[in-house]
Design a protein around this ligand. Sequence first.
Ligand SMILES: Cc1ncc(COP(=O)(O)O)c(C=O)c1O
Length: 427
Amino acid sequence: MEWILLLIILSFLLRPKDRGKPYNQYFSLLNQQLQKKAGGQPSQLVDLDTVDSNLESVQQRLNGKTKLRLVVKSIPCLSLINYLMERTGSRRLMVFHRPFLSFLHRYYHDVDFLLGKPLPIAAIMKFWHTCDDDQKHRLHQIQWLIDSPERLRQYLRFARQQNIKLNINVEVDIGLHRGGVSSAAELSVLLGLIADHPRYLNFSGLMGYEAHIAKLPSLPWRKQQQLLRARDEVAKRFTQLVSFIQQQFPNLWHDQLTLNGAGSQTYMLYQNISLFNDISVGSALLMPKDFERPWLRGHQAAYFIATPVLKKLNQFELPFLEKLSKTIGWWNPNWRQALFIYGGFWKAIPEAPGGLSLNRLYGRSSNQEILTSSSRTALTMDDFVFFRPQQSEAVMLEFEDLLIVRRGQIVEKWPVLSRSISEVNHG
Ligand SMILES: Cc1ncc(COP(=O)(O)O)c(C=O)c1O
């Protein structure tokens, strides 16, 4: 008897708080516009004012000598890339997907491309065989990333067959352990091959990505110190490789080499040290959810998915467990209603209005996903719910375009790059 009483008291005490809230003014205004402009289907939005302010944070924290390189996979929309290049003056892109490279290299005549991952030789062949004559004369604008002697030999063989010269940027492992060269001995093999074949290969620099720094587990009050310590370790490894080149391969060394590193979560760590002369940033401009870090607090979310509510049920019911669902709904005010939305199962978290949650008990769906909510969200059929994508790179490509927001108004629609862009005529 006593324990039943205890259970009742406990369940009252542990009852979740009602997190439901109607839209704030920003999302309320967007909801009204989407009802007219989204054609009743899922859409994605980018707020350019927030992008501008994120960009300012990046520019302020880049050391004056370091060049910004935009990461295409995280902002895969030509108009957005154009916009960011115009605002920053950057003519440097990092690409990861052969069709994007083919398309962008044909489109931009004055941009330096650095591959962000080593591409299989078959992709290089495909690239070369789909180049037009103009592109073939601009091969010097691409830096191919090489991680191993075996791959370099494949590239060399191809360059020899085609009688072309390839820029080689060497991927170095400075702690991430995602492959690449980690010792002077390994680097020496690659540089030796390059130095022996100046007709076909040109050494263009090093690329050392170090995203592991941002994931370092540590106590919150020691985070800053640990970050700097990890950064110093990265810097030590990178500098050792640089010194090795300067001493052992002086003919390959010059100050125009691309020494690339960092990314959205670490770019600010190099403000006061001169290590990389070329820093890549993409995601931090849109700030998807997974990029939230205490030291990126100046960056705001600029990218959302919005989708209409198809059905609003005033009660959440699990098939076969209808009675239990009622009790759960009574106990947890955030599970009182069920909303079925158009689409779903994106890599994204409900953002607005407040108090919406994905429901793994019911199951996920890409067609009509369920969201449970409190009745205080005040949503009705045809209202839009907003999600915050966890990343931009894969999510953005699931849609055809971006709705562009300025001062709270949807002002334009920009097409997103298609995964097979080089095979289709884009705009
Ligand atoms: C080699 C390399 N550089 C930089 C980045 C940073 O991209 P972002 O700024 O979008 O995180 C990545 C991301 O995967 C990467 O692989």
